[in-house]
Design a protein around this ligand. Structure first.
Ligand code: BTX
Length: 249
């Protein structure tokens, strides 16, 4: 069913009942020269995660992509993934759901036995090394969806399952975009805000990267989004793009 979004956001908003992928649509808009645009859908039929994984996007979620053109070098762009994670965590907490952030791009809710995945974030970009041309930050929020309709190997949860009642999607998207807008213009403070919600720091972890696995204590996050791991042989810094999996050990 169509949602009456009518967002009062610092972006122009394009709404779809159903679309293959809001990120793909936002990339097309970028190629046409657009900026400061949000693509929002009730359902995606070809939602994508990182490393070309599938992102299940049934009707009832908040599937959105933010297209903008920040004046930053390419290497700084990962900070916008952190900004999105902070923004969505704040919106979730305002909606009564105690979410936290698992590096690099998951927003989770802790239950006694496990952490369940509430949100996924996928950032894509294009440009030159010294300046990005555009960034698309895709944010998939399991809002009013039944976790039973999502792949259970991912331990999914949703806002409606956590609250036992549906969330007002218009209000949630509005808060999320307001927070994101403020953070994208204040990227130096994003890392600090991120630390406040991080569930990864202080834990023993194993990170799988293309170069092999790295084990140790996750001790800090570094601008623009790398994880610092204290290993037996010293400190290692893993960029978000190199993380294939992160597991507690
Ligand atoms: P990721 O690669 O970190 O996570 C993908 C994995 O998450 C999948 O392999 C699957 O196990 C699990 N998964 C799939 N769907 C869900 C779901 N709805 N809830 C919980 N777990 C799930 C995360 O990638 C990045 C996802 C970004 C999605 C947004 S939605 C708007 C935009 N459009 C688009 O196509 N992608 C982004």
């Amino acid at each position: 069913s169509a949602v009456e979004y009518g967002l009062d956001a610092p972006f122009s908003v394009e709404y779809h009942d159903s679309i293959p992928s809001t990120n793909a649509r936002a990339r097309d808009l970028a190629a046409d020269g657009a900026s400061d645009t949000v693509v929002l859908a009730d359902e995606q039929t070809g939602g994508r995660g990182r490393l070309d994984r599938e992102w299940h996007s049934p009707s009832g979620g908040i599937w959105l992509s933010v297209l903008f053109r920040p004046d930053v070098p390419m290497a700084h762009a990962p900070v916008f993934t952190l900004a999105a994670a902070v923004a969505v965590t704040r919106a979730a907490r305002e909606a009564g759901v105690e979410a936290g952030i698992k590096w690099p791009n998951d927003v989770l809710v802790r239950h006694s036995d496990e952490e369940r995945k509430l949100v996924g974030i996928l950032t894509e970009m294009e440009g030159e090394a010294d300046r990005v041309s555009w960034v698309v930050v895709g944010i998939g929020v399991n809002a009013n969806v039944d976790p039973a309709d999502l792949p259970d190997d991912a331990n999914p949860t949703s806002l409606s399952a956590e609250r036992d009642e549906p969330v007002d999607r218009r209000l949630f998207a509005q808060r999320l975009l307001e927070e994101f807008d403020a953070l994208r213009q204040d990227s130096a403070n994003v890392v600090e805000a991120w630390r406040e919600y991080a569930t990864t720091l202080g834990k023993q972890v194993r990170v799988e990267t293309p170069g092999g696995s790295i084990e140790g204590e996750a001790v800090d996050i570094q601008f623009p989004g790398a994880l610092v791991i204290e290993t037996e042989s010293g400190r290692e810094v893993v960029s978000a793009g190199d993380c294939e999996h992160l597991r507690p050990i």
